[in-house]
Design a protein around this ligand. Structure first.
Ligand SMILES: [Zn+2]
Length: 254
């Protein structure tokens, strides 16, 4: 039995109230007679800190080990599918997470697709409405689009939605003007950002070269060297109303 901090001795018993609430952890000797023996590990529910439920239908569609820029291009080019197929994949993924012991998820959302599935889920969701755009002149339009999605999450009839924020995608994909708009959004309590997920991103942040430059060209945006500057803006302007930041970092460089 794992209590979230340490493993207990094998003869430990968990006392659970009828509504599922945990009452105590005691020795077998003082646990009474109605003790159920289970195989495996008893543990508090797990948190999936970073998920894109609305992309569940893309499982097994993207070649593996091609690097982050190629992965992103695949996602951008192949994410549109029939809504019934998307819903089916999200329903399966939500159930799979629940069966695997996940009780809460931080979920990145670019659309409102996941609202119906998540609002009926047994899992609690923190919804991070993600926005991106490297052209400063279009920052307002991008922010308004994200705000429209955020409002739908905020209005959803879902007691299991524990929060909704508007968040930047990554330092290399958000213009300074759009960062400003996100920073000033006072409804944000927790934010999320993808950062330094690959060696390619580190190279682009440091030198402005490498596979990410190619990614910008292929995605028909202008390659810019403001990514590092953006990261500094984000740190300096991290507003007081934001209580926490979830940084999705797979690859951290010194
Ligand atoms: Zn992500």
């Amino acid at each position: 039995m794992f209590d979230g901090f340490r493993f207990h001795e094998p003869n430990t018993v968990l006392i659970v109230q009828e509504d599922g609430r945990i009452e105590a952890i005691v020795d077998a000797a003082s646990a009474g007679s109605d003790v159920q023996h289970l195989t495996g590990i008893l543990t508090p529910g797990l948190i999936n800190c970073h998920c894109h439920l609305e992309l569940s239908h893309m499982i097994n569609r993207i070649p593996q080990a091609t690097g982050l820029p190629a992965f992103l291009l695949h996602v951008m080019q192949d994410r549109a599918h029939d809504i019934a197929e998307i819903n089916h994949a999200m329903t399966l993924a939500d159930e799979q997470m629940y069966q695997q012991g996940i009780v809460a998820v931080g979920d990145i959302c670019n659309t409102t697709h996941s609202i119906p599935v998540k609002s009926k889920s047994r899992i609690r969701y923190y919804n991070f409405v993600e926005t991106m755009g490297v052209i400063s002149e279009k920052a307002d339009a991008r922010f308004q689009q994200a705000l429209g999605v955020w409002e739908k999450f905020n209005e959803a009839d879902a007691t299991n939605f524990i929060g909704n924020s508007i968040v930047p995608h990554a330092p290399y994909s958000v213009s300074p003007a759009l960062f400003e708009r996100i920073s000033n959004f006072e409804k944000n309590k927790v934010v999320s950002i993808h950062s330094q997920e690959s060696a390619d991103e580190k190279e682009f942040l440091s030198l402005g070269t490498g596979a990410f430059l190619d990614f910008f060209l292929k995605s028909r945006t202008t390659p810019r060297r403001y990514a590092r500057c953006n990261q500094q803006i984000w740190r300096q302007k991290h507003p007081a109303h934001v209580e926490d930041t979830s940084i999705h970092t797979k690859h951290t460089c010194p």
